[in-house]
Design a protein around this ligand. Structure first.
Ligand SMILES: Cc1ncc(COP(=O)(O)O)c(C=O)c1O
Length: 372
């Protein structure tokens, strides 16, 4: 059986290093090691032996991660290479052919493609723009059945940057409880809330949760590939056994850096640097949009560096982004990647000057389209 093309990742993989301006990034301008670490830590890295690490993550790193999750211990944590691997293992270790999988859309489309590949019956529920990118809970109640094996959310959401209301969170938990279903919660944008108020994790709100998170987005350290699953001990142990079949162990180098990044002071420094960048860039982006408001509508994100805008121009989103790439050397994500034509996802997490230049290219394209 062929796996469906993961359009979002494929387009980025193909073009992100070939264009002059890449505004497809969902994360925030990454740190250098020199910006992140002090000279003692850099020295320590010089002397670190680059062996295999403990395959589920070092004890000290899992301890550091578990401090972020009330009522968890290191036994609840599996460290993975990317939240992509954490999502993969969550789906692979739980879903079987024919299982009912209820998935929030729009979403980072990884588990949508994977679950279909594994033969699950994928039943979407939608965040609706008219509801401020919240789900219609009455519709959701009809979608979840006693046969539902897993409900999957992305909170904060990619691509809308929305955050589930408390009512929606409670409803999802109630529905999961009634169906005795797992909740898979991709929380990799948690920590990148623009107002600085970190949302609650689903973990510990219900006993069958696999929460996925890590350092790639809110912490702007994607190159470390340091992410994790937090789950009840038996589920974490099962996920670890599946992990033996994927990448064996996370890198010791990355684990050491991750441990430092999670130290309370360092963590606070990282998150506040990123929050400032996001707020500054969003303000700038909103000003940019304001002068073109006849062309766009936009509900600003509550978290993360993605701005998901709807446009009012007579051109398909894939065609528009292809023209931007070919004619303006600018890469942005087409709404089609989320099954939502007439939307674009623009990454605003880069340095301001870079964002400005990318938007200038977009502006040129708009002029071409409107003059035509
Ligand atoms: C919601 C979500 N989950 C997972 C990933 C995978 O990211 P990574 O493996 O770099 O942590 C992404 C990447 O954009 C994402 O947006």
């Amino acid at each position: 059986m062929n796996i469906e093309t993961f359009e979002l990742e494929r387009r980025q993989s193909l073009w992100e290093n070939l264009v002059e301006y890449n505004l497809t990034e969902s994360g925030i301008h990454p740190f250098t090691l020199a910006e992140l670490l002090d000279s003692d830590q850099l020295n320590e890295l010089n002397n670190l032996r680059i062996g295999y690490g403990q395959t589920n993550g070092s004890i000290s790193l899992r301890d550091a991660i578990s401090k972020l999750y009330p009522s968890s211990t290191r036994e609840n944590i599996l460290v993975t290479n990317g939240s992509a691997e954490a999502n993969f293992i969550s789906i692979w270790s739980i879903l079987e052919k024919g299982d009912e999988y209820v998935l929030m859309l729009p979403n980072y489309m990884q588990t949508w493609g994977l679950a279909k590949f594994f033969g699950a019956n994928v039943k979407p529920f939608y965040l609706e723009e008219e509801l401020n990118w919240q789900p219609d809970l009455e519709k959701l109640k009809d979608i979840v059945t006693k046969n539902t094996k897993m409900i999957s959310v992305c909170n904060p959401n990619n691509p809308t940057g929305s955050i589930l209301s408390e009512e929606a969170v409670n409803c999802i938990i109630d529905l999961a409880e009634e169906a005795d279903a797992f909740i898979h919660s991709d929380e990799v944008y948690r920590g990148a809330e623009l107002d600085g108020k970190e949302i609650d994790t689903f973990f510990s709100k219900y006993d069958k949760v696999l929460a996925v998170a890590g350092l790639s987005k809110a912490y702007s350290l994607p190159g470390l590939r340091m992410e994790w699953i937090v789950a009840p001990e038996d589920i974490a142990a099962k996920a670890w056994a599946y992990h033996d079949y994927t990448t064996i162990s996370p890198s010791v180098l990355s684990q050491q850096i991750a441990e430092w990044a999670l130290q309370p002071e360092k963590r606070a420094m990282i998150l506040s640097r990123n929050r400032k960048m996001l707020n500054d860039n969003l303000e700038f982006f909103l000003e940019w949009l304001e002068t073109r408001k006849h062309l766009f509508s936009f509900i600003p994100q509550k978290a993360g560096a993605m701005s998901f805008i709807r446009y009012n121009i007579d051109i398909n989103s894939t065609e528009l982004t292809e023209r931007l790439r070919k004619e303006k050397s600018l890469l942005i994500v087409a709404g089609d990647c989320f099954g939502m034509d007439k939307y674009l996802r623009i990454g605003i997490g880069s340095e301001k000057d870079y964002l400005l230049k990318g938007l200038e290219r977009f502006e040129e394209m708009l002029e071409d389209l409107i003059d035509a």
